[in-house]
Design a protein around this ligand. Structure first.
Ligand code: DNO
Length: 457
């Protein structure tokens, strides 16, 4: 038998596609800021178009022209990911309007594909998008972070919203603590909590009024988690085959936080939820936005394991970490990107390994959220989306990524090799991943990023 032995070559290339979210022309963070943070990609959405309506080619082109306007003179930027093409409540609730809304969604996908956009994020959190109870929690270094306190959420639910039936969702201890907390709050604090819980954070397309909010919740009274899951799977089965054909990767964003709130069902919070969704429609286009900040709030989500399990279905990454200050009742805040509960080293390593399997194809990544810090503190930006805090997060993750890539490459040099038989059978060995596969010849083997060759007869 004839084998060729290949030694690995150190590669300095950084493969994730670094991006930042941009809320459009009114965003106080400019495209130039995003460029100078070192991004190649922009994540944005046509927030001005009402949810459920078609995104026309003209509207998409206008946004592309804005993003690319400085590309002749400066480092080029491109629209890498749509976040989000929002899913109308009529689809989540399977209302009679669903068929028409899905048709509109498909038309928007066709239009995006015609404009060369290949990654589309969405979520199915009912009524609310992401939720926090405090937007300016002071960190020990004076920076401001987003925070979630379960007891404060109970205060909002039980004493401000006064949701019928809410009492059943809280333990006697939490209810007692909420009574005490509510009694000690000033009217400004109550107003702030109400606004934080209700006003819709960036990315959510609605701003709510206390008066009509209960009606929106009531519409979910008869929709169980099973029903919502069925509606989600129906939606995905309706659009994934088209997305696959168009070359668009759909990627669902998980629930944030990853558990039910206000009696609303949530069905994208755990590994099991994601596994069911991946199974519901087998196309690779039916994929995931792997948000470590959302999923990482639950200690039972093993993030590196989940990245390895869902590997080629991960089309977009939100890298961020929370820190659980207390488990029961839950309190968490958004920690500096490398020092929360998420093991960012293991997460980035799992991502780098997946990118290596894709032959070096990068996955778009954005540093999700960031602290308000330095000059951010003097500016009014979207909560979680100030420039400097995100720049810090991106810089730290980029450094980690480079270190992991270089470390793995050196390791491969010492410990990795590939054996290729005449019949095209290829045995790849390295300390991190041993696999056997058929390849058709030298070209494909070279794509495995390997260099020097030896022949063993
Ligand atoms: C928060 C975000 C969410 C997310 C949407 C995705 O910063 O990650 O608003 O964009 O839920 O559909």
């Amino acid at each position: 038998m004839h084998f060729a032995l290949y030694k690995a070559k150190a590669s300095k290339q950084i493969y994730m596609i670094h991006t930042m979210r941009w809320f459009g022309p009114n965003d106080p963070v400019s495209l130039m800021d995003i460029r100078q943070a070192g991004c190649a990609g922009v994540v944005t959405a046509l927030h001005q178009i009402p949810v459920g309506e078609v995104w026309s080619i003209e509207d998409i082109q206008v946004r592309i022209s804005l993003i690319e306007a400085g590309n002749q003179d400066w480092t080029p930027l491109h629209w890498s990911v749509v976040e989000s093409l929002p899913v109308h409540e009529g689809i989540k609730k399977a209302l009679p309007s669903r068929a028409g809304l899905i048709e509109n969604y498909k038309t928007s996908l066709r239009n995006l594909a015609a404009c060369g956009i290949e990654t589309v994020c969405y979520n199915v959190m009912p009524v609310l998008d992401w939720s926090r109870t405090k937007l300016n929690f002071e960190m020990p270094d004076g920076a401001r972070a987003l925070r979630f306190v379960w007891t404060d959420f109970a205060v909002f639910d039980l004493h401000i919203l006064k949701r019928p039936g809410a009492s059943a969702d809280y333990t006697p201890e939490v209810k007692a603590a909420a009574v005490e907390r509510f009694a000690s709050m000033t009217s400004d604090e109550k107003e702030e909590l109400k606004n934080t819980a209700l006003l819709g954070l960036p990315g959510s397309e609605e701003a709510f009024q206390l008066e009509n909010f209960q009606n929106l919740l009531d519409e979910y009274r008869d929709i169980s988690a099973e029903q919502l899951r069925e509606n989600l799977h129906y939606f995905v089965r309706s659009i994934a085959p088209l997305a696959q054909e168009l070359g668009i990767n759909l990627c669902i964003h998980p629930d944030d936080p990853p558990f039910p709130l206000l009696g609303l069902p949530r069905v994208v919070s755990t590994e099991a939820d994601l596994a069911l969704l991946m199974k519901a429609s087998p196309e690779r286009a039916n994929g995931i936005t792997f948000c470590t900040g959302s999923l990482g709030v639950r200690a039972d989500n093993d993030l590196p394991k989940m990245i390895r399990r869902f590997a080629d279905r991960i089309h977009f990454l939100h890298l961020r970490t929370t820190f659980r200050e207390q488990i029961d009742p839950l309190i968490f805040h958004e920690a500096p990107h490398l020092s929360g509960d998420v093991d960012m080293f293991e997460v980035v390593k799992a991502v780098v390994e997946e990118e290596k399997k894709r032959g070096g194809e990068g996955i778009p990544m954005r540093p999700d959220h960031g602290h308000q810090m330095l000059d951010d503190l003097n500016k009014k930006t979207y909560p979680g989306y100030s420039a400097i805090g995100r720049l810090r997060g991106l810089a730290e993750i980029r450094g980690l990524e480079l270190a992991i890539r270089s470390f793995l490459a050196i390791f491969f040099m010492a410990c990795g090799f590939t054996l290729l038989a005449d019949d095209g059978y290829c045995l790849k060995f390295d300390l991190f991943d041993t696999s056997a596969q058929h390849v058709s010849g030298w070209e494909e083997v070279k794509q495995l990023n390997l260099s020097t060759t030896f022949s063993i007869v």
